[in-house]
Design a protein around this ligand. Structure first.
Ligand code: KIV
Length: 283
């Protein structure tokens, strides 16, 4: 069933009427296709692909080329879904000009609808530069995995009055710089609520509680595919890793005992061709 792709105006109206946006990350064609068919509103091709696809310990090694490559696959599968490309570490830290050029690459090569980048006050100029170039840019504040070293690990943010104030200020600065929406990660729900009520733009949560204009989950966590660790804010809705393991185990058993391939998986020679072959071999 084809549906109309959401626009930035739709996202804004959804906030205004209290209709929560449901979004997930996606990195490959099939998952993106299933997400669109299921009715997911929005897809993020997150740099979490570093961990979920490439097996890195974090997101720092992820490159622009990897992000573009996965965005292209997702875009091909989900033509009617709002797709956001995640700007990887190093693609927006060096200069505003370089950040704009990389945001342009996401649009020209992978046809994304928006880009996302991490940080508050420190990325205000970059957000402004991308927004002023006519592209949609989403801010990402709170726990920002690309700077987990500086944060002392993958830790929840804004749990004291002072640090909550810093998150709230980051949100306002990113909004004033021109972000069309903000994603808050791993922050107490009260802080998210203050930001959502303060700002006119959509404010989304991943691990930032119920009081948001929508929820994001990492697809590999949601479906039970990624096993290395499970953040507190993850709810598993499936057991894909269990299903894959069961399939492999059954396959191993079948091959070992000669139960696969069966007749139904086997090509037969055309009638009359086998005797002819035997005859040829005897010559
Ligand atoms: O890369 C990603 O998937 C993200 C989420 C952690 C928000 O940025």
């Amino acid at each position: 069933m084809s549906r109309k792709k959401l626009t930035v105006l739709d996202l804004q109206e959804m906030k205004e009427r209290g209709d929560r946006v449901v979004w997930v990350t996606a990195y490959d064609f099939i998952t993106a296709q299933l997400a669109e068919q299921a009715g997911i509103d929005m897809l993020l091709v997150g740099d979490s692909l570093g961990m979920c696809i490439y097996g890195y310990d974090g997101t720092i090694p992820v490159t622009m080329d990897q992000c573009i490559y996965h965005c292209e696959a997702v875009r091909r599968a989900a033509r009617n879904t709002f797709v956001i490309g995640d700007m990887p570490f190093g693609s927006y830290q060096i200069s505003t000009e370089a950040a704009i050029a990389n945001a342009v690459r996401f649009h020209k090569e992978a046809h994304v609808d928006a880009v996302k980048l991490e940080g508050g006050a420190r990325v205000a100029d970059v957000v402004r530069g991308i927004a002023n170039s006519g592209m949609l840019v989403m801010g990402h504040i709170g726990l920002t995995p690309q700077s987990s070293n500086a944060l002392g690990g993958f830790k929840a943010q804004g749990r004291t009055a002072e640090t909550a104030m810093a998150v709230i200020e980051d949100a306002r600065i990113v909004y004033e710089a021109g972000a069309f929406s903000i994603l808050i990660e791993a922050v107490p729900p009260e802080v998210t609520q203050i930001i959502r009520d303060d700002l006119p733009i959509p404010v989304y949560s991943i691990g930032a509680g119920i009081h948001a204009d929508g929820q994001l989950m990492i697809v590999s966590d949601l479906v039970g595919h990624f096993q290395a660790f499970t953040p507190k804010f993850v709810k598993r809705y499936g057991n894909v890793a269990g299903e894959i393991t069961k399939s492999f185990e059954s396959y191993i058993k079948d091959v070992k005992k000669g139960a696969f391939p069966g007749d139904e998986h086997t090509y037969r020679m055309i009638d009359g061709e086998l005797p002819r072959l035997i005859h040829e071999l005897k010559k």
